[in-house]
Structure formats: C-alpha cells, structure tokens
Design a protein around this ligand. Structure first.
Ligand code: ASP
Length: 338
C-alpha cells in the first residue's frame, strides 16, 4: 500500500480561535483529522509527524528547515511521498529552501495549507489536503509522478522554488509568475509532464546548513545615500538588490561607488527585479551596464524567496566567492531560466 508521511508544522489549516484573545492560534493535528473523515477513506497508509511546537509560519527559521529536511532524509525509504502542512505566509520560502537542501530528490514533497482553518464551513483546507495527498501518492511506470518539492494550493500545483504568496485573502494564494504550473486539479488531475523535472540518476543527499547573514536593498526613486550605506556598509555577507524592470538602478556616482565598495569587501550582490514577471538582463540598458561590469550577479527570473534561500544555502557549503557567483547564475533545481 502507498505510504505517505504527513508532516504538520502549523499554519491556518489547523488553527482555532483563541477564546481569550480572539486571535488565530495553531492547534494539534487531531482536530484536522476529526474535520477530514475522508482521510480514512483514502487507500493509503498515512503516518503523521507533528512538529513541536506547531507554529504560525511567520516564525519559520532555517533551523526548522533543517529539521524538516533531516526528517524527510531519515524516513525517505519508508514512504512513497511527503505532504507538509505549513502556514501559507512563508510556505514559498520553505519550499525553496527544501528544494536546495534535498539534492537528487526522486519522491514528491508537497507543501500545502489553507486560507481558512479546517474547522470552518467554507474552508479550502480539505480540498488542498486531500489533493496534495493524491499528488504525493501518484506514480507512473513505478516512479513518482512529481519528483520535486512543490506547493499545492487552490487546484494548482507549483514548483516550490518558483512560487510566491501573492494574495492574503483569496483561496488562490499562490502564483508561479515565471514558470508554468505543473498540474491542475479539476474533474481530473492533469499533469503537464513537460514542465516537471526528470527523476534524478543519483541518490538523495541532504545539506542542512544555511548562512542567513544577508541584506536586502530595494531600489526606489530618491533612495538616500544613508539608506544605501546602512546595507552596503553593514557586516552582511551578501546583498539581494531588488531593482527596477530588467535589473536597472540609478547611475548616481555615489550609488555605484557604494556597490563597488561592497563587492571589494567580499559581499556578493545579486540583482533580481521588482517585477514579478520577466528576467534581469544585465547590460541591456545603460542603467545596468555598470552593475554588470563591477560583478553584480544576475538573479535572472528567480523569485525573491528562491534567491535568498539559494544564497543562504550556497554560502554555507564552503564554496569560494567565485563558485557561489557561478552557481547563483545556474539552475540547480529548476529555479531559474538563464
Ligand atoms: N499566518 C498563517 C501562517 O502562515 C497564514 C496561513 O497559514 O495561511 O502560518
């Protein structure tokens, strides 16, 4: 019988209203089970692993990503697939981080959650959970249909490291702005095989370390030298530079000098666009030419979530500066199109 491990980390899906404060707080998995009697009707063997404490995903941390990856790695051979119940707020970060940590993944790791708690009548949680389990169990020619870290939400399956949370209110909470969806659930579960990663040739490897000493510099017209220097002069190891359009910034001399100095001091600067769709193209405009010349790294069409977790991951693997730069510009798990 197909075996799935459900890993419960928390999130709205399992939340209840705190009677004293009126706020939503995470609650144990039992109440999820009670609200989805259909789970017993699925023809799979399910095991549940609850994190302790269960949490609102705004409290997510790289240490917990490491716990998650370690758990999947140690129990990998026992299960056909893994479903992670997770708050939607930082789900795209966790999915991105896990995609980098789990190298040569050949089984599905599907993250899901919901916008309304499972106990509420109009909840979106049941469909999300049941279909995520079906996807995690799906096989073709004896191999997993989706050997990737994915997010399943509101009838759509996304590559995890291409996803963003884009809506805090609609059931359609996620999008994958620069990559097609991998599957869609309607009357049938339709998979778009051309977009799904091929199964790996090698054995699963897990890498658990992160370096989260990263600054973020978002461009806006009129940004002050002081604001820029607060990041470029700070003791961070890397900077994610959120630029205009296809990777452009002001050409003001003081600004260019601040970036040059940061690079000279060993900081890696990665350029990603504030636009959700499209790619960074360094050198296309005069306003990105100097960035290219000084060695700013192109993040191409990566999401912010994939960029920052990839940097955290690569900077902790003992690579040289040049290796991190090279790997940032390559697709490691389908996270970018160069
Ligand atoms: N604040 C919640 C969380 O991320 C939101 C959700 O689950 O949708 O844990």
């Amino acid at each position: 019988m197909t075996k799935i491990l459900i890993i419960y980390t928390g999130g709205t899906i399992g939340m209840v209203n705190d009677t004293e404060t009126g706020t939503l707080i995470p609650f144990n998995f039992k109440q999820i089970q009670q609200n989805v009697p259909e789970l017993a009707r699925l023809n799979y063997e399910l095991e549940v692993h609850s994190f302790d404490p269960i949490m609102d995903s705004s409290n997510m941390h790289p240490d917990i990503w490491a716990e998650l990856a370690k758990l999947i790695f140690t129990r990998y051979d026992e299960f056909d697939g893994f479903v992670i119940l997770h708050g939607s707020d930082t789900m795209a970060y966790t999915a991105s981080a896990l995609s980098f940590m789990l190298q040569n993944l050949s089984k599905p790791v599907i993250l899901t959650g919901s916008q309304l708690p499972i106990g509420q009548i109009r909840t979106d949680a049941k469909e999300n959970l049941i279909t995520a389990l079906e996807i995690a169990a799906m096989k073709e020619h004896g191999r997993a249909k989706v050997p990737e870290v994915c997010i399943y939400f509101d009838s759509q399956l996304f590559r995890g490291n291409r996803s963003i949370k884009y809506n805090s209110e609609k059931f359609e909470a996620f999008r994958s702005p620069n990559y097609p969806i991998l599957a869609e659930a309607g009357v049938h579960l339709n998979f778009f095989n051309n977009y799904i990663l091929p199964p790996p040739e090698k054995e699963l490897q897990v890498l658990l370390d992160f370096n989260s000493n990263i600054g973020v510099l978002k461009m806006y017209p009129g940004i002050s030298q002081q604001a820029v220097m607060a990041i470029t002069h700070s003791p961070v190891d890397a900077i994610v530079l959120e630029t205009f359009g296809s990777g452009n910034t002001t050409t003001a001399e003081w600004f260019i000098n601040c970036l040059k100095e940061a690079i000279a001091n060993g900081k890696i600067i990665v350029d990603i666009s504030q636009c959700q769709r499209g790619s960074v193209e360094l050198g296309k405009y005069e306003t990105s030419k100097q960035l290219q010349e000084m060695g700013v790294v192109s993040g191409y069409d990566m999401t912010f979530e994939a960029t920052i977790t990839k940097l955290m991951y690569l900077m902790a693997q003992g690579h040289s500066y040049e290796e991190v730069v090279k790997l940032m510009e390559q697709s490691l798990r389908g996270e970018l199109t160069a």
